[in-house]
Design a protein around this ligand. Structure first.
Ligand SMILES: [Zn+2]
Length: 345
């Protein structure tokens, strides 16, 4: 732990050393001699203390070594002079220096002092703790994908709820600069400061249908043979909608509007269910079942045989609905299918 021959010994400034040999022991240098004498004579040295938050923590030979030891520790994780991306380095603790008279054995070399500040040890030790907390702020620029946006255009000749992609979106490229903070070399924070677009993204353009189809009991754009359940506007179609999967079509009409059976069959359900509200089901045979939900009244009962023109219920607002309509569902072998494929033109 002896720091070197530039120490000013305070015990006796007139001491001089010569290379002598006594009892076979060779004292060959001032440092060697002083080290051997220190244990016997309690030599002290005028040194410089490195103070952490006011407390003397370490001793080195002089102010210059103290300042350099501290600077070496501070710049260990990031040196603003060597790396322009490092914007700030500071310690959480207040570090100062002062003169001190200490035992020779307590004086460290500059490198030892730096190691102690950084790692709490001059050797590799697992349980050692740093004596200081070095905070580094730096900027870091990363090239990233710039996600494309979506532009929606209304199309009044496209059915309400239908969406078509007119042109595909293309991702762009951007450089994002982050302010990064590290504590003793460990990343503790990252926040975007600025971005620079290298390649602009291209918006995806989607057309959104706004047209209402009017469903009369004779004409509604279907392709099959079933009769339409009610006169009214189709306000929601089958398939994925913004609110999720829609298992039928909604035909809006005032409360009390008659709902007709879509084809001859047998009423197999007339119940109150959460979601559907008052719902009536007609079995047409061959695995085909139609369902009419949100009714206000039933005109038929379970077991009734109905015809294509039999009034079976009235439009209502029961269950989960925001307005009066019949939710009309066509099921084939228990599976909901698109009613427009089964309704007549
Ligand atoms: Zn519905």
């Amino acid at each position: 732990a002896f720091a070197g021959s530039d120490l000013k010994l305070s015990y006796d400034n007139n001491l001089s050393f010569k290379q002598v040999s006594a009892a076979g022991v060779v004292y060959s240098s001032v440092g060697d001699t002083a080290e051997r004498l220190a244990g016997v004579l309690h030599l002290t040295a005028e040194a410089t203390a490195i103070r952490i938050d006011g407390r003397e923590a370490l001793y080195v030979a002089d102010d210059k070594q103290a300042i350099e030891a501290v600077n070496d520790a501070k710049n260990y994780y990031g040196d603003p002079a060597a790396d322009p991306a490092v914007t700030r380095v500071y310690t959480s603790e207040e570090i100062s220096i002062s003169k001190a008279n200490v035992g020779l054995g307590d004086v460290m070399s500059k490198a030892e002092a730096t190691s102690m500040l950084l790692f709490g040890s001059t050797k590799v030790k697992v349980d050692a703790k740093p004596m200081i907390t070095v905070n580094v702020e730096r900027t870091r620029t990363e090239r990233e994908i710039l996600a494309y946006g979506v532009v929606k255009q209304e199309n009044s000749s496209l059915g309400r709820g239908a969406e078509n992609v007119i042109s595909e979106g293309v991702d762009g490229v951007q450089d994002v600069t982050y302010k990064v903070t590290e504590v003793n070399g460990v990343l503790t924070g990252s926040a975007p400061l600025a971005s620079d677009i290298i390649v602009a993204a291209v918006d995806q353009v989607i057309e959104v249908g706004t047209q209402y189809y009017v469903s009369s009991r004779n004409d509604g754009g279907g392709s099959g043979i079933l009769g339409w359940p009610a006169d009214g506007m189709i306000t929601s179609r089958f398939g994925w909608r913004s609110r999720g999967w829609h298992s039928g079509i909604d035909v809006a009409a005032p409360i009390g509007t008659t709902i007709f059976a879509a084809n001859p069959g047998t009423v197999i359900g007339a119940d109150e269910e959460s979601g559907y509200g008052m719902v009536i089901r007609v079995d047409h045979g061959g695995g085909l079942v139609t369902l009419y939900a949100h009714c206000s009244e039933f005109y038929a009962s379970v077991g009734d045989t109905v015809d294509r023109n039999t009034a079976i219920a009235a439009i209502g607002m029961t269950g989960r609905t925001t307005g009066p309509h019949v939710h009309f569902e066509v099921q084939v072998d228990g599976q909901a299918v698109n009613p427009l494929d089964y309704l007549e033109e």
